[in-house]
Structure formats: structure tokens, C-alpha cells
Write a new protein. Structure first.
Length: 387
């Protein structure tokens, strides 16, 4: 069955907000839900870090709220929330810093920090690795989930976008522990697809408004990569189709190079074939002409070499965290989040890393408030490590 996606050129509208409203109107005839019957709508932006580039832009919240207002949805039926996976920072604090909380207050909707709510234990039917997990109660309870992802590169998952944004439905630090279920990029892709499969099976009423207005690329994503203006908004109801279209617009080689998308496609968790996606708004070809190539750090050689050498090259090319001492404020958050117990930390000392047990999840890099951790290839010394 085909799915419909709107590609909106922001330059054809007076504002980003107007472009978002227009995109929603272009696809609303394909909604399988009736907005007037939705009494518990949850907006899920990407609130990863307290920097504007790392998060969904506030205009996306404004745009969706403007559309819901036009469709007479009462404000009391709408909530917004996320969980950034940090230990000492809640999503609401990040929302304050990036300008989303002001909108929430002005519009009179409720902000929910997912980790402050009851975590609901769920079994994921058909999961490959992530068979049992905890999902924040507001996500379990909502009757329409509106996903507001931003396209960014990601050290472990290759990209973060429509599917990866659901990682935030797992409350706080529980996310980091889950990395132990998938220690390689391919295995972690299976875990992300497992998480997404819960969403597909349990939240049939979904809507995605995708931030391709300004995207993040390069090896420092998803926190501090380089920003590029694409001036586009995507709207649809199928995350796999949206990620597929986003990568196609960026002239990226294909979803088979992104482990969680490849896995979701193989498991039929959405539509990943372009000929089954009906594009409205501007055409895919027009969108491709408007945008530069999406620069994603490659992992093809690593993968190929891994299969040939049985792991030797993997050990050499594995990405590991590297401390930039000048930036470090010795807060210890990296050690607290590390799911593998690979970071040793004592008060007023710099953290140190046990390379043998590190699983390359790069949660430490994501959480560090000072960007004092970078990812680097392990190099020749990897030959002396067990994994
Ligand atoms: S590396 Fe970052 S998270 Fe770790 S102690 Fe230093 S500042 Fe804190
Ligand atoms: S040291 Fe960093 S990259 Fe390695 S397992 Fe711990 S959090 Fe993940």
C-alpha cells in the first residue's frame, strides 16, 4: 500500500511555520485518524542537548500547533515531551534553552519530562534483541503521536531522523543500558528497529513533521556537526518512507547503508521503496536540485573489511571516545551514563577509558556538556584489544 509524503520548499512560503502548516494540509486526506476524536495528542521533538542545532527547531512546534488550532483541536488535548538520555538534565530544561518552552507556556500546553513519569514495562513481540523494555507512560497513553525529528548524522546509527527519534520514548538513562544489547553498529540497528516495531504495532495513529530546514552533517553529529540549509519540510505518516525520502534528497547511497533503516525495511516496518511513495508538494527531483549532498561519515570499508578479516580490521577501525582535557570540567556525567562501565572517574579527576570493554556506543560523547569527548578510529592499537 502506498504512502503519501509532502515535500515543502520553505522559500515558497512567508515563514517556516506557514510551510509546516501547508505540508500538513497536503497530506491530511491520508490520515487514518480523526483529529476531532484525538483527546491525548503527544508531540515528540528531538531535545538531545541544550544547543539549538542539536534539537528540533521551535518553529516546528509552532507550526504544528498553528495547524491543530486551525483544525479546532483544544489546547488541553495536546502535550509535548521527550527524554534526552542525560542524567542531570531534563528535556524541559533543554526546551527552555532552545526556545521551545516559551511556546509551550504561551500556547498553554503541558510539557512532560518522560523520565519523571512512570516507566511502563512492555514486551516487544518479534524483537530480535530488544525483547523487553520500558516506555514512558505518556507515550503509552497517547492516542496520536506527532513525531518532530531533525535530520542529523549519528556516530553509531549513521543517521538520526524519523525512526531514531523514537529512542527518546525510553526514559532517561535506561537508553544507555540498552546499548549493551547491540554492541556493533549493525546489532544496534536491530535494537533501534525493535524499538520502532513497538511504535508501529502499538501507536497506529502517527504523524511526522520532519525538520529538513537546517540539517546537521559530518562526523560530529548528532550534537555538534556542521549545519546546512536545505530549506525543506517533510510531512507524512510512515517514518521509514520519510527517512528514505530524506536520504534520497541528500543523494545518499541508500537505506541499506543505515543499519536501523535496512533492518526496518527487511522486517516490513514501513515503506522503503520510492515507487510506493506518493510525493506531493514539490517533486523529489526538484528537492534534490535544491539541496547539496548529505555528508555522512562512511562505514562501508569497515563493514567489508570486517567480513573479510573476521574482526581484525573492525578492531582497528572501531570508533572510540577520546578526551579533550582542555574542555573537560570533571563532572563525571560520562562515567555515570556509560552502559559498559568503561569509564573510570573520581571526583576532581579526569575520566579515563577502558578500551577493552568500551562498546563504541558514544553515549559519553552525546552526554558530555562540554563537548570534551570526540570519536576517533582506534587505529593500530586496536589489534591489542579483545573486541
Ligand atoms: S568528559 Fe565531559 S562528561 Fe566527562 S567528566 Fe569531562 S566534562 Fe564531564
Ligand atoms: S566509553 Fe563511551 S563509547 Fe565506550 S561504552 Fe562507555 S559510553 Fe559507550
Amino acid at each position: 500500500m502506498a504512502t503519501k509524503i509532502a515535500i515543502v520548499d520553505v522559500n515558497e512560503h512567508n515563514s517556516l511555520q506557514a510551510a509546516i502548516v501547508s505540508g500538513l494540509k497536503l497530506v491530511e486526506d491520508s490520515f487514518i485518524f480523526n483529529l476531532s476524536e484525538c483527546k491525548n495528542i503527544l508531540l515528540k521533538p528531538n531535545l538531545l542537548r541544550a544547543t539549538k542545532d542539536a534539537c528540533t527547531q521551535p518553529e516546528f512546534v509552532e507550526g504544528v500547533l498553528a495547524y491543530l488550532k486551525e483544525r479546532n483541536v483544544p489546547r488541553e488535548n495536546i502535550n509535548i515531551g521527550d527524554s534526552p538520555g542525560q542524567i542531570k538534565t531534563f528535556a524541559s530544561k533543554i526546551a527552555e534553552k532552545v526556545g521551545i518552552y516559551d511556546i509551550v507556556e504561551r500556547e498553554g500546553i503541558k510539557f512532560i519530562d518522560f523520565e519523571r513519569e512512570i516507566p511502563i514495562n512492555v514486551q516487544i513481540e518479534g524483537a530480535l534483541r530488544f525483547k523487553e523494555c520500558y516506555i514512558s507512560k505518556p507515550v503509552v497513553d497517547c492516542d496520536l503521536l506527532i513525531n518532530l525529528p531533525r535530520l542529523k548524522t549519528h556516530g553509531e546509527a549513521t543517521i538520526t531522523g524519523a525512526i531514531k527519534n523514537y529512542w527518546g520514548i525510553i526514559p532517561g538513562g535506561l537508553k544507555a543500558k540498552t546499548h549493551l544489547l547491540g554492541k556493533t553498529a549493525d546489532q544496534f540497528g536491530e535494537v533501534l528497529a525493535d524499538n520502532y516495531s513497538w511504535v508501529v504495532k502499538n501507536k497506529p495513529h502517527r504523524l511526522i513533521v520532519y525538520d529538513l530546514h537546517t540539517i546537521m552533517q559530518g562526523p560530529m553529529g548528532p550534537v555538534s556537526g556542521r549545519m546546512k540549509n536545505w530549506n525543506l519540510v517533510l510531512v507524512g505518516t510512515d517514518e521509514l518512507a520519510l527517512d528514505t525520502v530524506a536520504l534520497e534528497i541528500g543523494k545518499f547511497k541508500g537505506l541499506e547503508y543505515v543499519p536501523h533503516l535496512k533492518n526496518a525495511y527487511e522486517r516490513g516496518l514501513g515503506i522503503g521503496d520510492l515507487d510506493e511513495i506518493k510525493i506531493v508538494g514539490i517533486s523529489l527531483e526538484e528537492a534534490k536540485k535544491l539541496t547539496p549532498k548529505f555528508k555522512v561519515p562512511g562505514r562501508r570499508m569497515t563493514k567489508l573489511a570486517t567480513s573479510i578479516t573476521g574482526g581484525i580490521v573492525y578492531r582497528v577501525t572501531k570508533r572510540i571516545p577520546k578526551l579533550i582535557k582542555n574542555n573537560c570540567i570533571q563532572c563525571g556525567q560520562c562515567a555515570e551514563i556509560c552502559p559498559a562501565g568503561a569509564i573510570m572517574f573520581e571526583s576532581k579527576q579526569y575520566p579515563s577509558f577502558n578500551r577493552d570493554v568500551c562498546i563504541s556506543c558514544l553515549c559519553c560523547m552525546e552526554i558530555c556538556p562540554q563537548q570534551a569527548i570526540r570519536a576517533k578510529r582506534r587505529g593500530f592499537f586496536g589489534l591489542f584489544h579483545k573486541n
